[in-house]
Design a protein around this ligand. Structure first.
Ligand code: NAD
Length: 260
């Protein structure tokens, strides 16, 4: 389906981004991996994608908190492959605290990585995609791009901003062959959520299993996690011809979280 196309997935050394990179490779796209982690582990992921799917996979360690580095990743992709077809803005971090105790540095870091990085990547990528008359921009937002929870001022502000940015870019690219959409996952069991489960367990003096049940019961009516593979499938769908007319919108993969 995506043979000959090139996909850059930010924050793809772990969790949802890795699930998306693997699914796009499975359907034939060459991949630019990005994110932090131990060099041997990243090399194992990179070579594993090439071996398992017969595509090219390169790693770019650009820091998504730095606008110039984000733009550099896009430029390096175009220089290396001669094109960029799919951009998945996925890198993200979390920090929780009441708004009056929220450290300003954490607010800034979350805004930089979860929102501004997508702006810089899109700004650098969109003219290349328009020239090609085909492009897919997918912003990994969150249920928190649509509704709020306590103690997540920066995250909720950034994710709502990302959904807004998605709408603007959807309008600005309409009719050009480029689409821009947001995907809004509910709980997905990744390192980002494991930390929140551990925090609940510690604060309430309960087990990890009990904390997991509480986390799901509070928000996600299906009482089950969405998986990185399922999110990969959602992004692959948005890259298919069936999605040519889907743009400027937000697709929830949240087990019913935002239905109530
Ligand atoms: P994760 O912690 O497993 O992965 C985050 C990835 O981003 C890693 O590859 C990490 O190295 C990378 N990253 C972090 N800071 C970076 C930086 N400065 N530069 C480059 N890469 C950086 O988390 P995840 O749960 O897979 O989250 C991925 C995205 O999905 C995030 O945007 C997150 O907000 C969103 N999301 C997650 C959930 C969930 O339940 N896990 C739900 C909704 C939305």
């Amino acid at each position: 389906m995506l043979k000959g196309k090139v996909a850059a997935v930010t924050g793809s050394t772990s969790g949802i981004g890795l699930g998306i990179a693997r699914e796009l490779a499975r359907v034939g796209a060459d991949i630019v991996l990005n994110g932090f982690g131990d060099a041997n582990g990243i090399e194992a992921i990179r070579s594993g994608i090439e071996r398992d799917h017969g595509v090219r996979c390169v790693y770019d360690g650009a820091d998504m908190s730095k606008g110039e580095a984000v733009r550099g990743l896009i430029q390096a992709t175009v220089d290396k492959f001669g094109r960029l077809d799919i951009l998945v803005n996925n890198a993200g971090i979390q920090f929780t605290a009441p708004v009056d105790e929220f450290p300003a540095a954490k607010w800034q870091a979350i805004l930089d990585i979860n929102l501004s990085a997508a702006f810089h990547a899109i700004a650098a990528a969109v003219s290349q995609m328009k020239q090609q008359r085909w492009g897919r921009i997918v912003n990994i937002a969150s249920a928190h791009g649509l509704v709020a929870s306590t103690h997540k001022a920066a995250y909720v502000a950034a994710k709502h901003g990302l959904v807004g940015l998605t709408k603007v870019v959807g309008l600005e690219t309409a009719g050009s062959g480029v689409t821009c959409n947001a995907v809004c996952p509910g709980w997905v069991r990744t390192p980002l959520v494991e930390k929140q489960i551990s925090d609940i367990a510690t604060q309430r003096g309960i087990t990890q299993t009990q904390a997991t049940e509480e986390l799901l019961a509070e928000k996600q009516p299906s009482l089950d996690f969405a998986s990185p593979e399922q999110l990969g499938g959602t992004v692959a769908f948005l890259c298919s011809a069936a999605a040519d007319q889907i743009t400027g919108t937000a697709i929830s993969v949240d087990g019913g979280w935002t239905a109530r």
